[in-house]
Design a protein around this ligand. Sequence first.
Ligand SMILES: Nc1ncnc2c1ncn2[C@@H]1O[C@H](COP(=O)(O)OP(=O)(O)OP(=O)(O)O)[C@@H](O)[C@H]1O
Ligand SMILES: [Mg+2]
Length: 261
Amino acid sequence: MSVELVVDHVSKSFGGLQAVRDCSVRVEAGSITGLIGPNGAGKSTLFNIVAGAVQPDAGSVRFGGEELVGLSAAERFKRGLLRTFQIAKPFHSMSALENLMAAPGPQRGEGLLSAWLEPGRVARDEEALRARARETLEFLGLDHVRHERAGLLSGGQKKLLELGRTIMADARFVLLDEVAAGVNRTLLNSLADRIEELNKERGVTFFLIEHDIGFVSRLCQPVVVMAQGAVLKIGAPADVRRDPEVVEAYFGGAAPEETSA
Ligand SMILES: Nc1ncnc2c1ncn2[C@@H]1O[C@H](COP(=O)(O)OP(=O)(O)OP(=O)(O)O)[C@@H](O)[C@H]1O
Ligand SMILES: [Mg+2]
């Protein structure tokens, strides 16, 4: 397996607070790599640095061998790198279907000029886009709520819709920030199934933050543990869960919480 993402000695401070300290992590192409750690450990900040929302103070982030630091989030997106947010941000007044149709699509290099020269083709594109959005909703088990306003969907359904945006974009590397949070047990299993399917059948690499250790154990290999801004351990889920330093980092002695079967 080749290494797709290399986070190399990355640090970031906000004022006097060092949110990320000298972190080095590698994500193999084709893996589902987990990122866990107590609240405030620096997980989302690390994701923000990889996605281009936050500039690191030091260190390098390479994707497919190319340096990302200095590239905008849009430029990273063009390279197939996409993140979802800890708090899902759908367009609330638009339907689930419209949300997916409005999601940034794969880069096709077509502009307004072709829309003006070939209006018939635009109509066909719109139909193709709608069909793709419907397919994606079916894949996620959300087809029955396609005309529902996104703002009225449950927390879990919003999270599934976020995953749908990454599918519409044909992203090859997806950062999922707490995609399972607030998702009920039934949806959680289907979410895990969908992630596995996208990974195995479409070759999508996932780097995912999740507090639910059952979800992480089922999907992720390896698991990276962060605490107080630093990488504490990297290993198989069963090993990091039992690691005394990891257990200590969570609640000073209790094991990471298990909320799913
Ligand atoms: N933009 C910011 N400005 C100032 N401080 C920030 C900013 N972003 C994060 N922090 C701080 O950096 C630390 C790490 O936050 P981060 O959100 O990365 O943690 P996390 O591991 O994702 O936590 P959680 O599990 O609660 O989501 C926290 O102390 C947080 O308050
Ligand atoms: Mg976070």
